[in-house]
Design a protein around this ligand. Structure first.
Ligand SMILES: Cc1cc2nc3c(=O)[nH]c(=O)nc-3n(C[C@H](O)[C@H](O)[C@H](O)COP(=O)(O)OP(=O)(O)OC[C@H]3O[C@@H](n4cnc5c(N)ncnc54)[C@H](O)[C@@H]3O)c2cc1C
Length: 391
């Protein structure tokens, strides 16, 4: 009987895992994807949505035609329960043989009391968040005042905070507000350019120069204690008043994962082996942000590790190849620890996500912006057509 692979999540990890396993077995496997969203979303471009540089149509495409083209069944639904022993998920009829969890994250706004739009604090980590942040930005332009961009204790998505910071500096300049409006970056990172990956050679100095040139005040190694309308309270008792604030929170796993007994860690992420199999259930794999990663260092203020798109795709291919091997009755041959996957991001190039590294470089500036624009177009073309083995 044909084996059944069920994939939860239809974005970077889910699309890559589903199509990779289908292709690896030349179609001789039933693959179903269940996704809460019926569109693929290129999340790296959310940083441009608040400034009107991108709309939903520019950075999404419908999933159903892509899956149909490759013989993958698609169910548009939010999974609410996983039964690992019965090998069932509530949104599909029959049991699965192998399950891939690629459900990504939820924002943990509760990390700082009051971190919410009602207090004027926005984030950009989901499409509705970014659209709300955009509406607030347009209101801000009618009555400008101090701007705070930040990354809280526990977050790992520092790249988004930096990119948004530099975009904000650019937009303030364009609006003729650079001299009138103080811009502050407040971060849990122990130093500028740590990025949750321990920093890169020369990165701190480069970002210091960049922030100085743009007139950005920087506060590092700081936790946020509380937010109230127009004011952020820092852990050391300092205060930051703002007219506009965008803060990146930490991520936690989706409820469906968190509430499945024994499947996840305290943050709702799935502990995995280097095959991307759950340590608790060998028939379950987890990739991308849904997979747990151990933070390899201790900082005065806790920081997370960035789980970016490139490692997500690598993990999804490794999981798919291992599932295909097991279906063929072979040993799992693909092993890749998260830390050894290269760090490839818009501003960062390094041979490994986590130290020790042989090479690493930080490349901020206009060329990074141009490269990201080109990459967005390439990636959406690649994913829409299901060319998931392309880099
Ligand atoms: C603002 C921002 C900027 C970023 N910039 C970059 C960048 O420049 N470069 C880079 O490499 N990475 C970047 N990233 C990170 C990148 O977006 C992630 O690595 C990537 O999205 C992870 O993919 P994923 O498939 O694991 O999770 P996600 O993309 O979060 O996808 C999760 C999927 O699961 C679905 N889902 C959730 N819950 C359920 C459920 N219960 N049942 C069924 N489906 C469910 C969702 O609808 C979604 O389809 C950025 C992220 C953000 C937020």
């Amino acid at each position: 009987m044909r084996k059944k692979v069920l994939v939860l999540g239809g974005n970077f990890g889910g699309v890559t895992a589903a199509l990779s396993v289908k292709h690896a077995l030349d179609g001789d496997v039933d693959v179903t994807v269940v996704s809460a969203s019926d569109r693929f979303l290129f999340k790296p471009s959310l940083i441009w949505v608040p400034f009107g540089k991108r709309t939903e149509d520019d950075i999404t495409f419908p999933l159903a035609p892509t899956f149909e083209m490759h013989g993958v069944e698609f169910v548009h639904a939010e999974a609410k329960a996983i039964a690992p022993i019965a090998k069932r998920v509530d949104t599909t009829a029959g049991p699965y043989d192998y399950l891939v969890i690629a459900t990504g994250y939820r924002n943990d706004m509760a990390v700082v009391p009051g971190l919410e739009p009602a207090n004027g604090v926005h984030t950009i980590t989901t499409l509705p968040d970014a659209e709300r942040a955009g509406a607030a930005w347009r209101r801000f332009l009618d009555g400008p005042g101090p701007v705070v961009i930040g990354a809280t204790q526990g977050t790992g998505c520092f790249g988004a905070a930096y990119e948004f910071l530099f975009n904000t500096a650019h937009q303030l300049k364009k609006a003729g507000l650079k001299k009138r409006v103080p811009l502050t970056y407040v971060t849990a990172e122990p130093f500028l350019g740590h990025f949750g990956i321990g920093g890169l050679p020369g990165g701190e100095r480069l970002l210091q120069l960049f922030c100085k040139k743009e007139g950005i005040q920087v506060i590092t190694g700081t936790a946020l204690r509380e937010a109230s309308p127009g004011r952020l309270l820092l852990d050391d008792g300092g205060k930051l008043d703002f007219s506009y604030a965008m803060i990146i929170p930490p991520f936690i796993g989706q409820e469906v994962v968190a509430r499945t007994s024994g499947l996840s860690d305290g943050n709702g992420f799935v502990p995995v082996r280097d095959t991307y199999q759950s340590t608790a259930h060998p028939g379950i794999y987890a990739v991308g942000i849904a997979a747990a990663v151990t933070v390899p260092w201790t900082t005065a203020i806790p920081v997370g590790v960035p789980k970016t798109g490139f490692p997500t795709e690598v993990q999804a291919r490794v999981a798919a190849d291992n599932i295909a091997a097991r279906i063929r009755g072979e040993e799992q041959a693909r092993h890749k620890d998260f830390g050894e996957i290269p760090a490839v991001c818009v501003m960062i190039l390094a041979d490994r996500m986590l130290p020790p590294r042989k090479a690493g470089v930080l490349v901020p500036g206009p060329q990074a912006h141009a490269a990201k624009l080109a990459f967005e177009k390439y990636f959406l073309w690649k994913a829409r057509n299901g060319y998931v083995r392309l880099p």
